[in-house]
Design a protein around this ligand. Sequence first.
Ligand SMILES: Nc1ncnc2c1ncn2[C@@H]1O[C@H](COP(=O)(O)OP(=O)(O)OP(=O)(O)O)[C@@H](O)[C@H]1O
Ligand SMILES: [Mg+2]
Length: 281
Amino acid sequence: MSAVVDVRQAVCIHRTADSEVVALRGADLLVDEGELVALVGPSGSGKSTLLALLAGLLRPSAGVVEVLGRDVGRATERQLLAHRSTGIGMLMQGPERNLLPYASVRSNVELGALGSDLRSVARRRRVDELLDAVGLADAERRSVRSLSGGEQQRVALAAALVAGPRLLLADEPTSQLDRDNAVRLTRLLRSARSRWGTTVIVVTHDAEVGAAMDRSLTIRDGRIGTEERRGEHYAVIGRDGTVQLPADVAGRFPPGGRARVVRRAAHIELHPLDTGSEEER
Ligand SMILES: Nc1ncnc2c1ncn2[C@@H]1O[C@H](COP(=O)(O)OP(=O)(O)OP(=O)(O)O)[C@@H](O)[C@H]1O
Ligand SMILES: [Mg+2]
């Protein structure tokens, strides 16, 4: 399997006129072709920033971001444009950012195919296929603003997939949906892989969306820390050897405090130290 995403020690700093915010501080991420990955983490932890880097909407301030074999930090603007229009499908955070509200459902999906190399007949067929896949073939002439939130997200998903991207990035696609619509959208994300082999990375606060993916990564303070796979929790070792503790045990180790490291034959133990007086081994 080849890596679709290879992020190494990515740093991303948002600069405004009077401040600098370090949104990612050494994030590592490796995603293989055809994987379904959820990214979870508190507000402000850098999830949307990471997706923007993968989409080539931002460049890393340091570190390496390789997506579909392209180095996002070094690519020209033209290469990034091609990267976004054919290689990547994106659902931005907030449904209204993905669609033209007054245009029809069909026009919105057609817009997603702009920039792809599909010829007109193939393109029409592909738009039909996507409208059908998201269950909106009968609504193709309606304007997007007349649709429910769940229907709008499905149009946005069809538009994101119509150019046949290898990688789909979705930022909280179910946050404004009720349960039934969230389940439906989650199924559609999974079917993108089964039908077209699409790799999917989805930012979500929704535990059910997370559970429907192959693995769920936690991002905290601009770094990927822990991973959950089939109910098992793992700490992810950063390329510089750092380990983030799972949230449920992190509270036992106060920031800036110390942990005693005990080496056993088959495992390593970390013991919280209450005082600074005990000796570290
Ligand atoms: N364009 C920007 N200019 C300045 N700061 C920004 C910008 N975009 C994001 N930030 C800051 O970077 C940090 C990470 O933001 P980001 O949007 O990546 O977080 P997030 O995990 O997606 O949060 P949420 O769950 O609220 O969507 C935050 O402190 C945010 O305020
Ligand atoms: Mg966000």
